[in-house]
Design a binder for this molecule. Sequence first.
Ligand code: MOS
Length: 737
Amino acid sequence: MGDDIKMAGQPLSRVDGKLKVTGAAKYAAEYIIPNLAYGVLASGAIARGRIKSIDTAAAEKAPGVIAIITHLNAPKPPGYFGGKESSDPRTEGGEYRVFYNDVILYSGQPVALAIADTFERARYAASLVKVQYVKEPPQTDMLSNMDKAVVPKESDPDYNRGDKNAFDNAAFTFEQEYQTQLQVHNPMEPHAAIAVWEGADAITVYNKTQSSPIAQEDIAKAWKLQKENVHIVSKFVGGAFGGASRVWPEEMAATIGAKKIGRPLKVVFNRDQLFNMVGYRPQSLQKIKLGADKDGKLIGIHHEAYGNTSTYEQFTANMTSLTQALYACDNVSTLYRLVPLDVSTPCWTRAPGEAPGSFALESALDELSYTLKIDPLELRKRNYAAQNPDTKQPWSTKFLNECYERGAAQFGWEKRNPQPRSTTNGNWLIGYGMATGIYGAWRAPSSARAVLNSDGTLVVQSATADVGVGTATIMSQIAADATGIPVEKIKFELGDSRLPPAIGQFGSLTTTSVGSAVNDACVALRQKAIEYLKKSQSSLQNTPVENFAFGDGKIKTKDDAVSISYADLLQQQHLPSIEVTVDSKGSEEADKYSSYSYNATFVEVGVHALTNQLKVNRVVSAIDAGKIMNKKTARSQVYGSVTWGIGMALTEESVIDDRYGRWMVKDLADYHVPVNADIPAIEVLFIDKSDDILTPIGAKGLGEIGIVGVAAAIANAVYHATGKRVRDLPITPDKLV
Ligand code: MOS
């Protein structure tokens, strides 16, 4: 490959694709550990109260059983809740309270761990554990507990700019409520952990995590261990979406159980345990008020959002943040509250605040467009924010107008008849809808190490993760561009807490943060190589670094006077390897700017006039995420995001029976994720322009932007098709009657 052809951006297939499709990629539960025992958690049957008694006699006598662990006999991690002694597991929050005491805080909470010599025997033993409870009536219905709403402790929940009474001067005002329901991550790979104690003070945990450094820190804290004595291994993750970004009961149960039996122990969750033991997207109720003049200029926006949390811990995902930054409007106020319920704690779920928040805001904009008789796309353009309307900072880059233009052209938006219920195709009512998406772009401090070997191969390492999106692939591409070493000679290692610390895979942060660190490490490495070269060739002594070029595994002078392969250089210098580790973070210059990724999503739906069957016929997703590092893996990311947006809009919800506080929808038969037949052609357009202020590689972050606005675009298209506005997701056919 010539040095003018850049690897970044190329649609390279996954470097670890073969490992995955041949089954050679090892997921958390697949490690072969000598003397391994198997643990299965027994889930509690009530949503609130206490354990009166537990009868484990039958379980203990079952074949192959090694131990039955309950709160009565479990070793207690000394650092539970920072080591504070308390009978109330709510003291400090955190999920590490498995087997802490007899208090039941949510339905399905683990009450016992059955450990046996095989998984099947452990599962059978778990079924024999008999628990008596003291029941208390649970509160799990958010809407009937709104009076208990609290101000979130951690985030900045209230926001105001301009004049709260600006609505008085608006020619048009609009006010509505929107709702979204519980959604569950449902990755293919269940959460799993294998805990292997090495003496009393050191442990290795093979687990499913989006961040080995976070898992390391959490487990070290819980057991009061030196951080470096906790080794986390998580090389492959079979989907996560936020649900594996903290330590959950499977890790803690595995460490507790392994401690008890003095043997390595594996704990894997069943599908139903994934519904409420490892977080979910909380329910939301949102209120939007808009004020506009007759030309559609926004005069005021008020956005209020309520989400559920558990009684013992606050989970925040502010649904109103996007409203502060998306549109040019002088007068904006937002408010965010949490409603504590007798449920397990929710967790980050792909575009945590933005996905539900955009459903409310972007539905409301659409409603306003009909009131004003202004095209919905035009209404958004008239309120385009040329700078951050909150901080007044310039954008590092913003190509949302290009998303609007290119998306609309590709979709054929101009063909849309503005009249609702005006377009049909046989028995199908056809609707066009659109929405805007926005998601913050950040760069978090991260480290990377680059090791150049004397055979010309390059190993790059960082403790980040890959939940399946192709981290190693794009990191190899970035390293290839920075060093001129062909991608086939590069190996990227991740998913291990012993590697240089880095941000995990969440918040759309991996490419911006770790990608930048990889770039910086490789640039530093090639400079080190140049120094060796300059020392070895006196003619180059005064040649400035920028007069060198890199390609085909070689360092060259730009005038081609000298060219030497990395391998030859190291061999000549008798160097087995050279290596560089860098800590990389955003520039001070970047702090002067405001950075977001954007999308414009255009959707065509068909609603059957007789049955209300609803189909998404077409989606065009135009995305500004800075420079796209790999068009193939990036496209797949957006397919996944849009697919989940369709699920959020049309099919996905979990339902709790509030009489018992129990989840009724907790398997993939009842929780309807879209299948292939539900998903139309998704056309993805990347604006693909570098953001050179945010990152040295030009990326802004892509993991979550694709889902933001999708549910609103669909709801807006459904309104256009039918004249019926559904403000409560999912839009099931009964809501169109
Ligand atoms: Mo994502 S919800 O930041 O894993």
